[in-house]
Design a protein around this ligand. Structure first.
Ligand SMILES: Cc1ncc(COP(=O)(O)O)c(C=O)c1O
Length: 430
């Protein structure tokens, strides 16, 4: 099957050249709004130029990537162009090999799965494209054969999207959920692994844990937890909603049995995209629970987990563009940058006596997200002060951990320093 861009070029370019034909009068305007120039790699203002790639006004500082990432201009423009093109040329879709598929949900999308696979070091067929992390969590919880009394270990800091399907399973089938208490702040990797170890019994079948905890931003030692699970004959299932695009994720190295993620957070893809991986040698332990025609297709790896019916294919184009954007900067370069911003924030907070960091400062457990609070001040108040005083958008995670500040490539040192200034003032007067 030809790709959509090739198809469009083949039908639209000759028509445009000929002038006002029937085809051109129904053709979409293909020109995107002018894109800001892409900086040279050695541009001293590289990150400032990257900031131009986003729609967020310069007067506003967006630190809530943990909820939803800001979609870069070239990514959103490709989605819009794709949707407009679809609407204009849908009559030409004849379901043949000569025209690209106009919807998602009925085709394997292997090139895109390959591209995403490169980011997490697995092959394309090992990945299913879903809609978000919640899809992955539901697939693993409901797709696995478990019986009453079997134990599943999770943490006491799960996002609802990662625990609810297990809770339903407990209600329906009598499986037992055990929640490992994660300290706040967590700064001892060995202790974390021990806590999971203590929870395992002979009835434990699954260790299901977030790669990065949503509320307290702990980067859990996924490889060590996987080794622990395997030593006890258990499956290791990791929720990468906060990890994909924030920290390096190498699924072969981690060795976990399943992994799911939400590329609309840190990978800056448009919402409506998800990633779901099951290790090849464990795949037949999971049946799919969302079915259309290829529900039992065992020939193409994870395709049977992509049977969700008609979907918006332009969103896949957006994921493709978000991957291009990420690879164009370079995953290592992104990680170094966002980690350095978070390190600057952590270092600044540590200089303020009444500021408390609720996320890890231990280098192995810390990522690009910092949770912090001011002693005696409700987290919701800190959130609103940061917004009203400096237009800094963070998100409160409750008074134990404080506000969550996710540092992304659209943030900069001045925004971190503005945050510190507010915190300093509040700490002085709280
Ligand atoms: C750790 C974690 N897991 C799961 C989810 C659910 O993600 P989604 O709503 O994209 O399915 C989130 C969302 O914030 C999360 O942070």
């Amino acid at each position: 099957m030809i790709d959509r861009r090739g198809f469009l070029n083949s039908i639209l370019a000759p028509a445009l050249a000929e002038g006002a034909t029937r085809a051109t009068s129904m053709s979409p305007p293909l020109a995107s709004p002018a894109m800001p120039a892409w900086p040279e790699d050695d541009d001293p203002d590289f990150w400032d130029r990257i900031r131009d790639q986003f729609y967020i006004p310069r007067t506003e500082s967006f630190f809530n990537t943990g909820t939803i990432g800001a979609v870069p201009r070239p990514v959103l423009e490709r989605v819009i162009e794709d949707m407009r093109t679809l609407e204009a040329t849908v009559a030409r879709w004849d379901y043949s090999e000569n025209t690209p598929n106009w919807i998602s949900g009925y085709s394997p999308e292997l090139p895109l799965r390959e591209k995403l696979g490169k980011l997490v070091n697995v092959e394309g067929p090992d990945i299913a494209l879903t809609q978000n992390a919640t899809f992955g969590s539901s697939f693993v919880a409901h797709g696995l054969s478990l019986k009453s009394g079997d134990e599943v270990i999770l943490t006491d800091r799960e996002h609802p999207g990662a625990i609810s399907a297990w809770q339903e399973r407990a209600k329906l089938d009598g499986i037992v959920l055990k929640l490992v208490p994660i300290p706040t702040p967590a700064n001892d990797p060995d202790k974390l692994v021990d806590l999971f170890g203590q929870a395992i019994t002979s009835r434990t079948r699954v260790l299901a844990f977030p790669h990065i905890i949503s509320s307290s931003a702990v980067v859990l030692p996924a490889k060590r937890l996987t080794e622990l699970a395997h030593q006890h004959g258990c499956l290791s299932l990791a929720d990468g909603a906060q990890a994909l695009g924030q920290i390096p994720v190498d699924l072969k190295d981690i060795g976990c049995d399943a992994y799911f993620a939400s590329p609309h957070k840190w990978l800056l893809a448009p919402p409506g995209n998800g990633m779901f991986y099951i290790r090849r040698d464990q795949r037949d332990k999971f049946q799919t629970t969302l079915c259309s025609f290829a529900w039992d297709d065992q020939s193409d790896g994870m395709y049977r987990f992509m049977q969700y019916g008609t979907g918006n294919r332009s969103l896949l184009t957006g994921l493709d563009a978000a991957l291009d954007f990420h690879f164009r900067i370079g995953p290592d370069r992104v990680y170094k940058r966002i980690r350095s911003l978070a390190d600057r924030l952590r270092a600044g907070l540590q200089q303020i006596p009444r500021a408390k960091i609720g996320s890890p400062v231990h280098p192995e457990l810390a990522g690009a997200t910092v949770c912090h609070r001011v002693d005696g001040l409700p987290a919701a108040k800190l959130e609103s002060e940061l917004w009203t005083k400096k237009w800094v958008r963070v998100r409160s995670q409750g008074d134990l951990v404080g506000v969550r500040q996710s540092c992304q490539i659209y943030n900069n040192e001045a925004e971190i320093d503005a945050t510190l200034e507010i915190v300093r003032n509040l700490a002085a007067h709280a």
